[in-house]
Design a protein around this ligand. Structure first.
Ligand code: RIB
Ligand code: CA
Length: 326
């Protein structure tokens, strides 16, 4: 009898320990998207991150393709997390034209035979974000690496959403440098300037990881080759989908490598010490040639805008960790 009781208690303990991964609770709001795929792979390999869900948004591709691509990545990376689908268009109500010239016709470069695996989560993105922020009050980090429509929807749905967050890390903006969609605007902000402005008006504990730092993290074809050698399955897939992306950077931007935009934002969630930040309020230009520009505004709540980055450390974290995957 005594031995049996000890065995039961031990089994319960192991079960709890296995369920409790520990680490920072993280939801990534994403429009996969090639650099999104790289960022989600990183999150799967980062022991200090406990990814509890993905929410999808239009942007690099249509939102149903974002969701399909996200569910494929969850399956491929062996993640057991829900994918909650979000907005199909921005707050302006415009018909969205995906960035197919950058991320390919379906978001994964010239890889277009991505299967539909599993189902989207029963809740929509905003409902999922609000519920998880309440459930994990003060512990949840949300990393937004697409247009900010879902984040703004969550703020509209629950005014207490931002107070429940531990941190909101945004890949977006070009505050003290040129944009990448126009000379003024970065893509995630450009795709929904109204939602972005609403997010910068809320009092979320926000870190902005913009082009000011992400364009310093160029990942070249030889880096993808090395990654594919280290992690044949994951690295091989990332190399396959990134060929199209690398061509865009070479032919349009004249750069030998693509920016680790989204991975840099996910790394900032747990390694903020690798960045120098400047606190400034931000507003977003809504119309005209400067649509989507992120401008400093002292009347807005302060956002920690990344101005400096330890490029070597960030790149090493990415390659070492993604390289450790199958
Ligand atoms: O400007 C870069 C951002 O726009 C990245 O998030 C990329 O995936 C695209 O969404
Ligand atoms: Ca993205």
């Amino acid at each position: 009898m005594k031995f049996g009781l000890c065995r039961t208690v031990f089994a319960l303990f192991i079960g709890c320990a296995l369920r409790y991964r520990g680490g920072m609770k993280l939801i990534i709001d994403t429009d996969p998207g090639i650099d999104d795929a790289m960022a989600i792979a990183y999150s799967a390999a980062a022991a200090e991150l406990d990814l509890i869900g993905l929410t999808t948004v239009f942007g690099n591709t249509h939102v149903h393709q974002s969701s399909r691509n996200a569910r494929y990545l969850v399956h491929k990376l062996g993640l057991d997390v829900p994918v909650a689908q979000g907005a199909a268009q921005g707050w302006q109500g415009e018909q969205h034209a995906p960035s197919t010239h950058v991320h390919g016709p379906e978001g994964f470069g010239d890889v277009t035979d991505i299967p539909e695996i599993g189902q989207n989560h029963a809740q929509g993105a905003a409902e999922f974000l609000v519920e998880q922020a309440r459930l994990h009050r003060g512990q949840l980090v949300v990393c937004a690496i697409g247009p900010l429509t879902n984040i703004a929807d969550a703020i509209r749905l629950d005014p207490g959403f931002v107070q429940n967050l531990a941190k909101l890390v945004i890949m977006g903006g070009a505050v003290f440098c040129n944009g990448n969609v126009t000379e003024h605007a970065e893509a995630n902000i450009y795709h929904d300037p109204l939602a972005a402005d609403a997010v910068f008006e809320a009092r979320a504990p926000t870190v902005l990881v913009g082009l000011d730092v992400t364009l310093q993290t160029l990942f070249a074809a030889r880096d993808f080759d090395a990654l594919a050698d280290q992690a044949p399955d994951t690295g091989g897939f990332l190399r396959e989908i990134s060929r199209f992306y690398l061509n865009f950077y070479r032919e349009v931007a004249g750069l030998e490598g693509c920016g680790l935009h989204d991975s840099t934002a996910v790394i900032a969630c747990s390694h903020e010490h690798l960045f120098e930040t400047q606190a400034t309020g931000l507003r977003v230009i809504q119309q005209g040639d400067e649509r989507g520009a992120t401008r400093p505004d002292a009347d807005r709540p302060p956002v920690r805008v990344c101005r400096g980055i330890d490029v070597g450390q960030v790149m090493s974290l990415f390659t070492d960790r993604v390289g450790s995957l199958p």
